[in-house]
Every structure is written in structure tokens, then in C-alpha cells.
Ligand binder design. Structure first.
Ligand code: PLP
Length: 373
């Protein structure tokens, strides 16, 4: 049996709306992007949602719109996808990492304050694997030191903490819709904000620095082409129409895994603490120390089950080591977690048969890896 790591869930409605766009002849800057933005803003309960062509573009615009630049420091997590930190380097700001909490895998608020200097301008927490970071504490620290907050919510649409939506409470929350995310637009992202000034800047910068009022060839600031196209937005509209159903389905798949894997020795399954609603992005287990993660991974892959180490620490990526002089041992919690976690196949249409196959192989793999290490 072949089980892929992820797979988008595209139905009849997605095809119909895409055909509608094709028939309209308006392939960019049209009504579907506006509709998608209204749906996302309404869902998150924010004033403005600005659609862009990737999560990375959204993070870049948020950083730029907040005026973060050369000489500034931003405190962020080393346990993330690389773009949550690259977006700072784009603007010549310096990523300053604070280690994670090993239970939540999110930036540890207790580590943040020690990293604040006179150059610190912002905190950029990441809601890793759809589990909300401790935003109440992070926002308190930000208020105390007058720092901006950008949430990398690219893995967390629909995640909640204390009744609040991840990505909705800070200066800007950024979401992503690459095909492996909870909902997809192919490539795409959204910046969510309650600031109309920040929204205006982002709208202008995604569209070559044009203003709303000016002519097509008037450019009032440096801009980019970060626009989302109408086909992507059509896909997004169809997916947003059933986001509750999609997130519920993903939660059901995670529960099935938890029920099957909860008994196995040698690994820990993801958990949700009280007051927190995870939006299931990936399903990541943690292997006990003494079990060789890479051996488990190789065994699963050799038997048709795609799985992946998730994540590699950002500070140990070759160009980060080179640019900033990071070394192994700099962020021990992140490194321990990164060397022992494994993402299993996870998507809406994963069947019970597939789950049973993955779980059976995993049990064998863990036993073998334990015996030979
Ligand atoms: C997916 C993701 C992004 C953005 O990815 P794009 O491929 O640019 O849409 C950013 N940060 C995190 C943590 C992500 O998982």
C-alpha cells in the first residue's frame, strides 16, 4: 500500500468555481479575490484580510508594513518552517531565536524576555503544527516593551485559545494555503489585521506599490507582485465554504491516530491542553529517546508510507550557520525535539485502512529501532 504524506481535498464545487473564473475572462484583480478576503476576514473576526500569492509573501509584507528593517531585531522560534525567519532577513532585520517549550513545540514565553535588547522591535511567534502559541503571555510582553507582534499562523487557520482565533489578536496574522495546509489555494496566503493603515500598505505593496486612487502606472512606493490570482481565490472560496467540515474531518483523523497509537510504547502522540483548540495541520509524533528516528523513517518509507522529519531547526540550516554563526547546542529544546519527531501521513481523506497500515508498520519499526540502537 502507498500512503502519501498529504493530499489536497478538491471537489466538484472547487472545479465549478474555477470554471466560472475561466468563463469570466477575469483571471486577476477581480471579484473572487475580494470574496475570498471577505470570507477569511469574517471567519477570523478581523477587519481586514489581504490575499497574497504565498504565506511567505504575506510574512514579508507584514514585516515591511510594520517598518521593521536594517538593525532591528525580532524574536522568533527556531522550530519552524524557514520562511518565518527568512522574512526578517529579506528586510535586513536580525532573527533572534528564543527556544521552544518541549511540550507545546511553540516559542517559550519565559525565554523571550531575556532576548529583548534596545534593538528589539517585534516578536514573531509561530503556531506550530496548528497549536496556538501562548498569545496572552506574548502579547503582555509586547505591551510591556512596546513591541509589535506578527503571528505566523500559516499552519493554524481555525486554531483557538481561550475563545480567540490564532492570528487575529496581534498587529498582523499571516496564513498560508499551499496544498498541504488545512485549506488550499494552490499557492497563496492572507494577511489578517485590524489596522486599516497596515492593510492599506499591504494592499499597495502586493500590487507594485500602486495606490487605490492613482493610475495604473503610478507607483507611490516600492512594491512587489504578490497578488493572488482569481483561479487561486476561486479554489479558496470553495474551501472556505466548508472549512468547518474540513477541520472537523482532520480532527477525526487525528483522534483515530491517537486512539491507535496511544497504547504503543516508545512514542508520544500530540495532545491538546485545556482551553486550546488545535487546527490539525500535520500529525507529528515524538519518539522516545533511544529510538532512532531515522531508522523508523527509513522503514516506513521502504514500505510505501511517506513520512518526514518535521522540522529541521532553522538555526542549523547551512546559510543561517554561515550568516549568524549558530551551532549545535544553541537551542537544546528545539534540537531535541527536531531529532525525535516524525510527521505521519495526514489528510482529509485518509482512510481507516490506511491508518491501520501506517500504525502497524510504525509498531514494527519502533520495535526494530529500539532493538538495534
Ligand atoms: C507553510 C508555512 C509558511 C508559508 O509557506 P508558503 O509556502 O510560502 O505559503 C510559513 N510559515 C510556516 C510555519 C509554514 O508552515
Amino acid at each position: 500500500m502507498i500512503v502519501p504524506l498529504s493530499s489536497p481535498d478538491i471537489g466538484r464545487r472547487e472545479r465549478d468555481l474555477i470554471n466560472e473564473v475561466l468563463d469570466s475572462n477575469i483571471l486577476s484583480i477581480g471579484p473572487k479575490v475580494e470574496q475570498f478576503e471577505r470570507m477569511v476576514a469574517g471567519y477570523l473576526g478581523v477587519k481586514e484580510a489581504i490575499a497574497v500569492n504565498s504565506g511567505t509573501s504575506g510574512l514579508h509584507l507584514a514585516v515591511r508594513a510594520l517598518g521593521i528593517g536594517e538593525g532591528d531585531e525580532v524574536i522568533t522560534s527556531p522550530f519552524s518552517f524557514v520562511s518565518s525567519s527568512n522574512c526578517l532577513i529579506f528586510e535586513r532585520a536580525r532573527p533572534v531565536f528564543a527556544d521552544i517549550n518541549q511540550r507545546t513545540l511553540n516559542i517559550d514565553p519565559a525565554e523571550i524576555e531575556a532576548k529583548i535588547t534596545r534593538k528589539t522591535r517585534a516578536i514573531l511567534p509561530v503556531h506550530v503544527f496548528g497549536r496556538p502559541a501562548e498569545m496572552d503571555r506574548i502579547l503582555d510582553i509586547a505591551r510591556k516593551y512596546r513591541l509589535a507582534v506578527i503571528e505566523d499562523a500559516c499552519e493554524a487557520i481555525g486554531a483557538c485559545y481561550g475563545g480567540k482565533m490564532a492570528g487575529s489578536e496581534s498587529d498582523a496574522g499571516v496564513f498560508a494555503f499551499y496544498p498541504n495546509k488545512q485549506i488550499t489555494t494552490g499557492e497563496g496566503g492572507v494577511i489578517a489585521t485590524n489596522s486599516s493603515d497596515l492593510a492599506g500598505l499591504c494592499r499597495s505593496m502586493r500590487n507594485q506599490g500602486r495606490s487605490d486612487m492613482g493610475q495604473w502606472l503610478d507607483h507611490c512606493r516600492l512594491g512587489y507582485n504578490y497578488r493572488m490570482d482569481e483561479l487561486s481565490a476561486a479554489l479558496g472560496v470553495a474551501q472556505m465554504e466548508r472549512i468547518d467540515e474540513i477541520l472537523a474531518r482532520r480532527e477525526a483523523v487525528a483522534r483515530l491516530y491517537n486512539a491507535r497509537l496511544g497504547q504503543l510504547k516508545g512514542l508520544a502522540v500530540p495532545f491538546a491542553e485545556p482551553g486550546v483548540k488545535i487546527s490539525w495541520f500535520v500529525y507529528v509524533i515524538r519518539l522516545a529517546s533511544g529510538i532512532n528516528r531515522d531508522k523508523v523513517l527509513t522503514y516506513l518509507r521502504a514500505n510505501g508510507v511517506d513520512c518526514r522529519p518535521y522540522f529541521q531547526p532553522i538555526h542549523l540550516q547551512p546559510f543561517y550557520r554561515e550568516m549568524f554563526g549558530f551551532q549545535e547546542g544553541d537551542y537544546p529544546n528545539t534540537e531535541r525535539v527536531a531529532s525525535s519527531t516524525l510527521a505521519l501521513p495526514f489528510f482529509n481523506k485518509l482512510t481507516e485502512r490506511q491508518i491501520d497500515y501506517v500504525v502497524g508498520l510504525l509498531a514494527e519499526a519502533v520495535e526494530r529501532a529500539a532493538n538495534c540502537s
